[in-house]
Design a protein. Structure first.
Length: 276
């Protein structure tokens, strides 16, 4: 944790903690109350209609009484890091330093814990403002292995979630992500390569590749986030952590034959390979 009152300069503290200077000095750009209301509604619409692009979302918002144009909707979607989920030609220019890996899970039976892990980021609205949530999830059991909440889309909080998952649960054979810049970054992919983990990436804009993580986001938001207007980042962190503990240990899933994620995860691990 950075202590701005400490005699050691902030830049030196950041270097010792292996934090980027941009993350340390980051100050969120203020968002108007009107935009926050639109963003909260956009988040709900995206969960209900993940295929909707900026044009359709603008039309939904207009029907709900929000006088907003498509350009502004597109700007807010970028800020929230949400995208329409559908197959389309990849016309975006790849970052020259970020390699994109092939999707390895098509047709692959995934029936045990620590075979495949996945990660994603989602937008979390608060009473005044918003944060981002990154989670590491075991594919077969739907167990949320670790998570982090951040005020920015810096790669650091994703790396922290990954490090915690490694420490607590070992490692998977395959790690699946989308093509977000946090996950294609050299720091993130190298952390996987160092452990000889196969890297898999969703097809750009292909909702089928990421549908189970989207369902987890829906559960978190409808069963926790939308029921509480978090007054602060610390309150959001506490509420999300409390829900994830309940989700893992007590919430049964029909897809897991009514088992909880914890029950399926630990029950499916090979003998002698239980997580720490």
């Amino acid at each position: 944790m950075i202590d701005r009152q400490h005699e050691l300069p902030v830049t030196r503290q950041a270097r010792l903690l292996n934090l980027s200077r941009s993350n340390v000095y980051y100050k969120p750009v203020p968002v108007s109350e009107a935009d926050l209301k639109i963003m909260r509604r956009l988040d709900g619409l995206h969960l209900e209609c993940p295929f909707a692009g900026s044009r359709m979302l603008r039309d939904f918002l207009n029907r709900d009484g929000f006088a907003v144009g498509r350009k502004h909707v597109s700007t807010l979607m970028k800020r929230m890091d949400i995208h329409a989920l559908y197959c389309k030609p990849n016309t975006s220019k790849k970052h020259p330093a970020h390699k994109v890996y092939p999707y390895l899970l098509r047709g692959l039976p995934i029936k045990r814990g620590n075979h495949v892990w996945a990660t994603d980021i989602t937008y979390i609205p608060m009473a005044k403002g918003f944060v981002y949530l990154c989670a590491i999830v075991d594919w077969a059991s739907r167990k949320i292995l670790s998570h982090r909440v951040s005020i920015s889309l810096d790669t650091t909080f994703c790396l922290e979630a990954l490090a915690e998952a490694f420490e607590r649960y070992g490692q998977p054979e395959i790690f699946n992500t989308d093509q977000g810049s946090q996950f294609t970054s050299t720091d993130f992919t190298q952390a996987l390569k160092d452990r000889h983990i196969d890297i898999s990436m969703d097809g750009k804009g292909c909702w089928r590749d990421n549908v189970f993580v989207e369902r987890i986001w829906r559960s978190i938001k409808y069963e926790e986030v939308y029921l509480h207007a978090y007054a602060s980042v610390s309150e959001a962190k506490a509420g999300i952590a409390r829900y994830i503990a309940l989700y893992n240990s007590r919430r049964p899933h029909s897809s897991l034959d009514k088992q909880t994620p914890d029950e399926f995860y630990y029950g499916s691990l090979p003998s002698g390979k239980l997580a720490a």
